[in-house]
Design a protein around this ligand. Structure first.
Ligand code: SF4
Length: 572
């Protein structure tokens, strides 16, 4: 068997904090205000992301003259703009929101402070890059832009100068330019303003380029920072390519290659890098890859096609029925599975998030779009039909939750859009729906709607499903998908998210421990407590940043229900 090809994906790949922050800011504005939002230039150069933003009423303009309506919101993107331009747009009848990256602001302040003391400014960067054009505005008219040390030699002699770097500049070029600048200045202040995310990205690239046979740089051909990353790779690696998307890769590129490093620019979404990784695995894998690829693709279809979700909902229903002491009913298991399948499938079909669909999504939601929709609606109808046989209250509630769930991803009528924009609405709606179908409905059927065991099961199901939904949100955000405040993680931020999840873990564990201590079905309580250890491990895994790509993340998250069902089944 030929040796396995080693593939490493840069830890630093994905949106930089400045780009992430600007995207989050416009999404938050779009959720809070019912007005059109304009950005001065595109937030990132990615067709899918721009299309998704347009659907949320967020448009990129080249100049304010393109904005016709009064009172519109205008966002300054992460690169920043010159102060005189900012003063001009603030005087217009627009609401200006500044999303300049704090690290770019730091450079602007540095330049302005030195300029106020009489220093000229030398900016090592690309003269026509938006960030550099913005920085020039802070130089009090005494600014020079150079691309590197060679251009410093052409500058006039300067008595006092401050040399700064464009935030995405290459460290070696900046230091060499500073050395040259010493020769033409009386007094030189060296301000290395390359931002930390860029430094980490470049250091990692240098380190891995040296030990890899092939380096693949993913990102827009018109992105300055990606181009710079590629230059670093070209110097250090045996072979390097710069691609925008996975179909630019050819089998010839991988001949004789044993180690591959994949890195990406600051505005390349993680999902795009994931797609390249998938293609690299396909083209560079060894003999077994054919079978592995097929298995992996089949699993992707199971996850993307919502079958795994249906299984998870069925497993949770089983756990809840055991918790309630209700007889295990096949009808409820089937109803919950169909309900979850129907809604998950409908959401998947409507989901965009700025990502280009992968192979599994293309097959299910583009090639077999109609069949997927019909299956989703048919399964929902079957779930409601089953609920009708279980009692009119169950039927009405199932129909209500199903209708809300089906409408949720679309533009809601009668101002209900505000409801969808409510922070964490998606996580709450999902948790309520599942808690009803998996826990409340079986109790209701037995006439225990207000019974302690039913309430316990509902509480348990609600919190576990809420956690599941929040972790899905974390995984989506980690993949740089365009998601907003409807996800708890986006609305609350990482700290509050992990604090909430840890609190849920402690609360559920404490309840189970108390029940066990009080002699309430101790074996069942012990089984569920053992299952909570998986919850804890999952939390820690995500907390320490080991968030896998979406399919693996979803596999791990929903596995908690299967584990709980297995442990519960083992108890008499
Ligand atoms: S590259 Fe650095 S400075 Fe520029 S937006 Fe990203 S984090 Fe901010």
């Amino acid at each position: 068997m030929p040796p396995r090809v080693q593939i490493t994906v840069a830890k630093s790949a994905g949106f930089c904090p400045g780009v992430k922050n600007a995207i989050d800011k416009v999404l938050e504005l779009s959720a809070q205000r019912q007005r059109t939002i304009y950005t001065l230039g595109p937030l990132i150069h990615n067709k899918q992301v721009i299309e998704t933003l347009k659907e949320k009423n967020i448009f990129a303009v080249k100049s304010t003259e393109e904005i016709k309506e009064k009172g519109a919101i205008l966002v300054i993107r992460a690169h920043g703009i010159p102060p005189e331009e900012e003063a001009r747009i603030r005087a217009l009848d627009l609401e200006v929101v500044d999303a300049t990256c704090p690290l770019v602001k730091h450079v602007q302040k540095n330049i302005a402070a030195h300029a106020a003391k009489g220093y000229s400014t030398i900016i090592v960067g690309d003269a026509d890059h938006a960030e550099v054009l913005g920085l020039m505005g802070y130089t009090a008219g005494r600014g020079y832009v150079v691309s590197g040390p060679e251009e410093v030699k052409k500058l006039p002699r300067l008595e006092k100068a401050n040399i700064v770097a464009q935030t995405t500049q290459e460290a070696d070029i900046f230091l060499a330019a500073a050395e040259e600048a010493r020769k033409i200045t009386g007094e030189l202040a060296v301000s290395n303003t390359i931002c930390n995310p860029t430094k980490l990205r470049q250091e990692e690239t240098v380190q891995f380029s040296k030990r890899s046979d092939l380096v693949i740089v993913v990102g827009g051909k018109n992105s300055a920072n990606t181009a710079r990353l590629f230059q670093i790779c070209e110097r250090g690696a045996r072979k390097a390519v710069h691609i925008e998307q996975e179909d630019e890769l050819t089998p010839a590129l991988f001949e004789g290659v044993k180690s591959i490093f994949i890195t990406a620019g600051a505005s390349t979404p993680t999902w795009m890098t994931d797609k390249v990784l998938e293609k690299v695995r396909e083209l560079a894998g060894h003999e077994e890859a054919g079978l592995l690829d097929q298995v992996s693709f089949a699993w992707k279809l199971v996850i993307t096609g919502s079958l795994y979700t249906a299984l998870a909902a069925t497993a949770l229903t089983y756990v809840c029925m055991r918790l309630e002491g209700a007889p295990v009913s096949g009808k409820f298991l089937l109803m919950a599975g169909l309900f979850a399948f129907s809604l998950h499938m409908a959401h998947r079909a409507a989901e965009k998030g700025g990502a280009e669909p992968d192979r599994a999504r293309r097959l299910l939601f583009i090639t077999y779009k109609r069949a997927s929709r019909v299956t989703s609606v048919a399964c929902g109808a079957l779930a409601i039909f089953l609920s009708a046989a279980l009692g009119w209250e169950i039927f009405l509630a199932a129909a209500f939750f199903w209708a809300v769930g089906m409408l949720y991803p679309y533009k809601l009528p009668m101002g209900l859009e505000r409801f969808a924009n409510f922070p964490a609405s998606k996580d709450f709606v999902t948790a309520f729906g599942w808690a009803f179908m998996c826990a409340y409905a079986p109790g209701l059927r037995e006439g225990w709607a207000l019974g302690n065991s039913t309430q316990l099961a509902v509480f348990f199901a609600f919190l576990l499903v809420f956690t599941r939904s929040v972790l899905f949100g974390v995984s989506h955000a980690h993949s740089d998908l365009i998601t907003g405040r409807e996800n708890f993680y986006k609305a609350a931020g990482p700290r509050l998210t992990y604090f909430t999840l840890a609190s849920i873990f402690l609360l559920l564990s404490a309840i189970l421990l108390t029940l066990k201590g009080n002699g309430w079905r101790p074996e069942l309580a012990s089984a569920l407590l053992t299952g909570m250890l998986y919850y804890l491990a999952l939390m820690l895994f995500f907390f320490f940043g080991r968030i896998p790509e979406r399919v693996t993340a979803e596999t791990l998250i929903d596995a908690q229900f299967l584990i709980l069902a297995g442990l519960t089944y083992s108890v008499k």
